[in-house]
Write a protein that binds this ligand. Structure first.
Ligand SMILES: [Zn+2]
Length: 334
């Protein structure tokens, strides 16, 4: 992710004008206690935690392969959208919670370490580079919204966001608004390209008897990755844009909702980013529980500031309003 000086400067100028609701020390201590108790619960059920992680990943992978066995136009459309969503869902889950936070497989035995290594590299099936991500993501938590944050998105020129939603933006270098892979051709990036092509070839093999191979190649290399990457860019653009707070992490919660699960890449993706920043060691299912608890503890005003509403038009409304505000800031600037 490129971080530009004019975006940082604009943000530091603007952030003082944003009025964020304050939390009481009682609210903060209740949220803190809840996060600690949820973490303790996971730590005392490590085998169950690892079991659900493996089942989840296998289910998503099997579903991905299965949809490529479907026939006809319905099959073609289903595989395009399902592959796009699963590609995104498995990438955001295994790259972020796996490679980035090492929370998908817990434990330290020899077998567990090998399993964690495999799981944390699943996103390579979809051309992502988990090594690059793991190197950059810690800065996002340690230096959120500052110059050192390598995923700074508090204020981003809308042109960069729109460009990142064009077909091919996930792989081509015209896009400087991405974090799943760097621009340099490292060994790790080449490994992801090779593994991604091998997995795409497997899906091509499953589907080639029922469909035109040219259509399949277009789906595998252009259309599904486009769906996937657009969802990913919508998510990351929503999590921090114009967010400031003195008490909670400067992140926005899409939350337990239709939009949270779609834009977040499933409940196991990243629908609850505020909860995640508050307690990064929590696995996805505990983040959902912490999110529900934070919602309960906040007042209506605080909720409307930190949470995107649950209604069907709340997410699009908020996204377009953020884009409009952002466009006004960058209008006329280089
Ligand atoms: Zn994180």
């Amino acid at each position: 992710m490129k971080v530009y000086d004019h975006e940082l400067e604009n943000w530091f100028r603007l952030r003082t004008e944003i009025k964020a609701p304050a939390l009481t020390s009682k609210q903060l201590s209740l949220i803190d206690l809840k996060a600690k108790s949820l973490l303790k619960q996971t730590q005392s059920h490590i085998i169950l935690h690892n079991f659900q992680s493996v089942c989840l990943i296998l289910t998503l992978l099997i579903t991905d392969i299965f949809v490529f066995s479907l026939e006809g136009t319905f099959g073609l459309m289903t595989m395009t959208f399902m592959h796009g969503f699963i590609l995104y869902s498995l990438t955001v889950y295994t790259m972020h919670e796996g490679a980035g936070h090492k929370r998908i497989i817990l434990g330290s035995s020899f077998f567990i370490k090998k399993l964690a290594f495999i799981v944390n590299n699943v996103s390579r099936l979809f051309f992502a580079d988990p090594t690059f991500y793991a190197r950059n993501h810690p800065s996002h938590h340690q230096h959120l919204a500052s110059k050192e944050d390598k995923a700074f998105t508090q204020l981003v020129d809308p042109k960069r966001i729109f460009k990142s939603m064009l077909p091919g933006a996930g792989i081509f270098e015209f896009n400087d608004y991405k974090i799943h892979s760097g621009d340099d051709w490292t060994l790790s990036k080449i490994a992801s390209l090779v593994i991604g092509l091998l997995y795409s070839s497997l899906l091509l093999l499953v589907a080639h008897k029922n469909h035109n191979p040219i259509h399949l190649v277009l789906i595998l290399l252009i259309v599904s990755p486009w769906i996937s990457f657009t969802l990913d860019r919508l998510r990351e653009s929503t999590e921090h844009l114009m967010m400031r707070s003195d008490d909670l992490p400067e992140a926005r919660e899409i939350g337990n909702s239709f939009w949270g699960y779609l834009i977040g890449g499933g409940p196991w993706g990243q629908p609850c980013h505020l909860s995640h920043h508050f307690a990064p060691a929590l696995p996805w299912y505990q983040q959902l529980r912490l999110s529900a608890y934070i919602k309960e503890v906040l007042t209506a005003d605080q909720r409307s500031y930190f949470f995107v509403g649950d209604g069907l038009i709340d997410y699009p409304k908020m996204f377009f309003s953020l884009m409009k505000q952002n466009s006004a800031i960058f209008r006329g600037q280089a």
